[in-house]
Design a protein around this ligand. Structure first.
Ligand SMILES: *[C@@H]1O[C@H](CO)[C@@H](O)[C@H](O)[C@H]1NC(C)=O
Length: 195
């Protein structure tokens, strides 16, 4: 059991990423449609494969720790400053629990109305684009808005469903306050080998 003192938005955001991954299994039908519609014309843009380049840019910076998470858009002010993110096991294993510990500092309180845009790509295919209510999501890690500014440490364990299709995933999370101030921009890359 983890003792969990304070939790930050990053937690919910990372939770978001992982939740996004865990719903990947429920997206299998979309995934096969996306694969089927490769090269064919579809009026539903959600199912249109989209090639996205993933080279790190000059506004990307690795977050210290072993998670492989990268902070993006660092040329823009961000309310959350992440000191480190550690994950175990590393790399994550399908069908097993994943625990992460995130340390960071918020320069402002996070209040109702904050939202996160989450993109999940599977290989080169855009699998999911979803907007989440940050204050609603953080209740899943026993937190409540407002989240006070200052230094925060969060620990969270999530189970990664075995049904997640093996492959290369890129999860991008951009969180904003209700006034559209950037809280954080994070990109996580996860490879699940076939097993
Ligand atoms: C993951 O952790 C939960 C809670 O500690 C536990 O009930 C569950 O059995 C664990 N799952 C695996 C696959 O280890």
């Amino acid at each position: 059991m983890v003792s969990l003192t304070k939790i930050i938005t990053a937690c919910s955001l990372l939770g978001c990423s992982v939740n996004a991954l865990s719903i990947v299994s429920s997206l299998r039908p979309y995934l096969s449609q996306a694969l089927d519609s490769w090269g064919s014309e579809s009026s539903d843009s959600k199912l249109n494969p989209e090639i996205i380049l993933t080279f790190p840019g000059e506004d990307d910076k690795p977050v210290p720790g072993d998670s492989g998470i990268v902070q993006c858009q660092i040329l823009e002010d961000q309310i959350l400053s992440l000191e480190s993110v550690e994950i175990a096991p590393n790399p994550p294993i399908r069908g097993e629990n994943l625990t992460f510990v995130a340390k960071g500092t918020l320069s402002k309180d996070i209040v109702d109305g904050a939202y996160a845009e989450v993109d999940v790509r599977y290989g080169f295919i855009k699998l999911l684009h979803e907007t989440y209510d940050v204050c609603e999501e953080i209740t899943k890690v026993d937190l409540e808005c407002p989240i006070e500014s200052g230094k925060q440490v969060i620990t969270k364990t999530v189970e990664i469903p075995y049904e997640v299709p093996p492959g290369h995933y890129v999860v991008n999370v951009k969180a904003y306050t209700k006034d559209d101030e950037l809280i954080t921009c994070l990109t996580a890359t996860v490879d699940f080998p076939p097993n």
